[in-house]
Design a binder for this molecule. Structure first.
Ligand code: CA
Length: 208
């Protein structure tokens, strides 16, 4: 089985390398191909280390350690996966589209998760620096809840703009949905009918 796994890996490496060179790549394309190769090798090493840990840990009393992974292109933070999706929709449609992927709008429970998504947002966003997160007070004004009905544990509301302010400029219904602004690195409440890109989230899959 191990030989078969290695054979497949070598074929994949060969395909990556041949694909990279068949298009006469410039310097940055070569670097991308090289980094992709490095990532796939690291993923393989990670899986092998997890297996080794389980084998050794089975013979002694050490805490369980669950290795997990995210689908390609998803950010891996702790035991969670996040994906920034540039398609601009209102809050309800965005929440539904995350669900259709087997995910939900992002629920940011700690600084690690907040920092990871706002940093990734800043890296890829260009001019679109606001992303829907799964936070709303549409049920009861002022009572902010995540889409799983939990309450905020670590808030990152913008202090300079005194957010959330339920501002009426977008309409008399105020602002009942939240975005993360990846430039100010804080949250803002905005009208739920506005269109923004979104952050979907799902739990990382345990490596068997
Ligand atoms: Ca509100």
């Amino acid at each position: 089985m191990m030989m078969k796994g290695h054979a497949i890996l070598f074929v994949l490496i060969g395909l990556l390398v041949s694909e990279a060179y068949s298009q006469a790549p410039d310097k940055s394309e070569k670097e991308v191909a090289s980094l992709r190769l490095e990532i796939s090798l690291l993923k393989n090493s990670y899986r092998q280390l997890c297996q080794k840990y389980r084998d050794v840990a089975a013979n002694c009393s050490v805490p369980d350690f669950q290795c997990n992974e995210c689908p390609d292109k998803w950010l891996h933070v702790g035991d969670q996966c996040f994906l920034m999706i540039p398609d601009r929709q209102d809050f309800a449609t965005s929440a539904q589209k995350c669900q259709e992927m087997g995910a939900h709008l992002a629920i940011l429970n700690n600084r690690e998760e907040h920092d990871a998504v706002e940093k990734e947002g800043r890296r890829i966003a260009g001019f679109h620096t606001h992303y829907w997160i799964g936070l709303t007070d549409s049920e009861t004004e002022g009572q902010w809840k995540w889409v799983d009905n939990s309450t905020i544990t670590t808030p990152f509301w913008d202090p300079d703009k005194n957010e959330p302010d339920n501002h009426q400029s977008g309409g008399p219904e105020g602002e009942d949905c939240a975005v993360v602004n990846s430039y100010s690195q804080t949250w803002f409440d905005v009208p739920c009918s506005f269109s923004y890109p979104r952050i979907c989230q799902m739990k990382a899959s345990p490596i068997p």
